[in-house]
Design a protein around this ligand. Structure first.
Ligand SMILES: *Cc1c(COP(=O)(O)O)cnc(C)c1O
Length: 402
């Protein structure tokens, strides 16, 4: 520790679960003079941009683009389908489910929360019972987070559609894919998702500042039934991207749009199926290392069952204050930044010192993940934090066998 920072110079690596690492091609696409927003290239590229975004979400319906972060997408989506006094059912599996619920409360909705805790997925049986009990169909929307970035659990979104169909319940199915889109398999149309929200800075690899609401015709009908929709969040004009920024919406997010164009090119050149596969393999390498470390000492997965873990983020416990010490060590010594815990402190524990998260979403590859894991191994050893052996060999085996 006396030689702090000695190995930190060089390109830093932000391994937090968003914002994610940005490709150089995205950054260079943004590095340009201000474009004309009324005609020419920027305006002309909008239809293909919208189409290529929809390909990532696997939908042929509609997408509305906003200048906002994910919190804005949360509010945008709700503003188009929920009136004050409407009832919604939120399925919470971590901090972000509760965050979306708070947004609904702020808009005057009656919010029911089914809380599944911080280390388990949505329990479909409980949801089915709740839907059955709502024989008067008071619930207008079921809101679920595909991957909750705080707990790193992945929820069964197609399973929710099945429940709604089995119950003959007309509620809209709304999904938060802010952490998962461009990382995990997501099939908006095939899975029967009515409204999906995402943001630019995670799997889409663009700086924070743009958000997207995808919606289908059922959601559009719900929108049409509302007495009014907040002018800024109204998705109807925004679903016509080419005209929107010219005539209705104010100044376009010019440079973000160029960055997004470059990011979508990268995604579609690799192929979305392969993007999902890469994330799965890299996640398996991370898990293999963490499983080896956890054989001794206090490191534990927040989500025990592999089948329930996200491929974009891994949340881990490490006895306080070791998690904070480890984060500080790898940041100070290696230029590697790990994610903090979000809303995951145990009772009586200071803030988040016993918890950390690894982001492995977006523009990450095999050597980056091996570097991330090697950096953690160095930190655990330097700090003399108890851990099992063989983590890097285990990860290398996954990467090598891919
Ligand atoms: C990051 C994230 C959000 C919040 O997005 P912001 O851009 O920070 O507002 C919401 N939900 C999930 C699942 C996220 O990962």
């Amino acid at each position: 520790m006396t030689k702090q920072n000695k190995l930190a110079p060089g390109r830093s690596y932000l391994a937090i679960p968003g914002p994610s690492v940005m490709p150089d091609a995205v950054l260079s696409a943004m590095h340009r003079a201000a474009p004309n927003i009324y005609e020419g290239e920027l305006v002309e590229m909008m239809p293909a941009l919208a189409a290529d975004l929809k390909r990532v979400a696997r939908t042929d319906r509609h997408v509305a683009m906003y200048i906002s972060n994910g919190h804005g997408a949360w509010e945008a989506a709700l503003s188009n389908v929920i009136a004050s006094g409407d009832r919604v059912l939120v399925l919470a599996t971590g901090r972000f489910g509760h965050g979306w619920a708070e947004m609904a409360t702020g808009l005057g909705a009656e919010v029911d929360i089914l809380d599944f805790g911080r280390n388990a997925p949505v329990d479909l049986t409980q949801v089915a019972e709740r839907l059955k009990a709502d024989s008067g169909h008071q619930i207008k929307a079921v809101m679920a987070v595909h991957v909750d970035t705080s707990s790193s659990v992945r929820n069964d979104v197609p399973g929710l559609r099945r429940l709604l169909d089995e119950a003959g319940h007309p509620a809209l199915l709304m999904a938060d894919c802010i952490a998962s889109l461009g990382c995990e398999r997501f099939e908006m149309d095939a899975w029967g998702v009515d409204v999906m929200v995402t943001a630019s800075q995670k799997g889409l690899m663009v700086p924070p500042g743009m958000a997207f609401v995808f919606f289908n015709d059922r959601a559009e009908e719900a929108r049409a039934r509302l007495p009014r929709v907040s002018r800024y969040w109204d998705w109807s004009p925004r679903a016509h991207a080419q005209e929107f920024y010219q005539y209705h919406g104010g100044t376009a997010p010019t440079h973000h749009l160029y960055g997004l164009r470059a990011a979508l090119d990268i995604i579609h050149e690799e192929g979305i199926e392969q993007v999902w596969q890469r994330h799965e393999t890299l996640a398996r390498a991370v898990w293999a290392a963490c499983e080896a470390w956890s054989a001794e000492g206090s490191l534990r997965f927040n989500i025990e069952d592999r089948a329930l873990r996200s491929h974009a983020v891994t949340a881990l416990r490490l006895q306080a204050p070791h998690a904070t010490e480890l984060r500080n060590w790898v940041q100070g010594n290696l230029g590697l930044t790990l994610g903090v815990g979000l809303g995951m402190a145990l009772p009586g524990e200071p803030a988040w010192h016993g918890f950390f998260r690894l982001g492995h979403m977006g523009h990450v590859n095999g050597h980056m993940i091996m570097g991330l894991l090697g950096g953690i191994e160095a930190g655990l050893s330097a700090l003399k934090i108890d851990h099992g052996p063989g983590a890097l060999q285990a990860a290398a085996k996954v990467i090598g066998g891919a």
